[in-house]
Design a protein around this ligand. Structure first.
Ligand code: MF3
Ligand code: CO
Length: 247
């Protein structure tokens, strides 16, 4: 069932999303060669708690940290630890915040120092794919319209779209219906209606779309070792169109 949120719920989701975006701004300010992903995680958790939020990922199905830190060929769900960032890396940071029982969820991919033109282009296209998907997230459209817009941007640029992980509804739970794939036909799937809140999150690979999960049970990497980027926003569907809540 797709939940249509009440005005009260939207207020709380809005605040959770505001904290999520603030926490990502904070992470961005910390990223530089020499910092470890574990330090990023510890500092970000502290930041979220100071701002009256709870880190939504910590303990979620046993996930051990507050952020996902996915470096280079890691697509998503990289577990923070002793890995030290170095000039030229790209790092996808995904984080969620719970505020009075409601969730915000967002991800951005950041360059570490100066990065290759290839890496810059991959990040730009992934962000553009997200924004084109968001443009289609309006009342009367269907989930497939979002999916198709994301896929078209990514594939026209010569990249591939990860298939095994998708966007989702978000609200009282981190993952609600509907699932929002990053590939598919326009006009199919559930219809979008005002006061739905959804997370759109393209994961785009420079090479092939195939991914695998490492032995830690979380870390998702590209099978061909190619770079991958990830951007995610939580948005509210409105009467007029939509509003991005995690800007
Ligand atoms: N942002 C991720 C998503 O949208 C959540 C990470 S799962 C966790 O699915 F277990 F790490 F929390
Ligand atoms: Co998500």
């Amino acid at each position: 069932m797709i939940i249509i949120k009440s005005e009260r719920e939207i207020k709380l989701i809005r605040e959770a999303c505001r904290l999520t975006a603030l926490a990502l701004d904070y992470v961005e300010s910390l990223i530089k060669p020499g910092i470890t992903t574990g330090e990023l995680d510890r500092l970000t958790e502290e930041f979220i708690r100071k701002n009256n939020g709870l880190p939504a990922f910590k303990g979620y199905h046993g996930y051990p940290a507050s952020i996902c830190a996915s470096v280079n060929d890691v697509v998503i769900h990289g577990i923070p630890g002793d890995l030290m960032l170095k000039e030229g890396d790209i790092i996808g940071v995904d984080l969620g915040v719970i505020y009075r029982g409601y969730y915000g969820d967002s991800a951005r991919t950041f360059p570490v120092g100066e990065v290759s033109e290839n890496a810059k282009r991959l990040m730009e296209i992934t962000k553009r794919a997200l924004m084109e998907g968001i443009k289609k997230a309006v009342p009367g459209n269907r989930v497939g319209d979002i999916s198709n817009a994301v896929q078209t941007v990514a594939e026209s640029a010569g990249y591939s779209v990860v298939r095994e992980f998708v966007g989702h509804g978000v609200g009282k739970k981190l993952h609600e219906e509907p699932a929002i794939p990053n590939f598919g036909r326009p006009g199919i799937g559930p219809e979008l209606k005002p006061n739905m809140t959804i997370a759109i999150e393209p994961m785009i690979n420079e090479g092939d779309w195939h991914v695998k999960v490492l032995e830690d049970g979380w870390t998702v990497v590209t099978v061909d070792g190619s770079l991958s980027a990830h951007f995610e926003h939580t948005i509210l569907i409105t009467e007029e169109g939509n509003e991005i809540l995690t800007l």
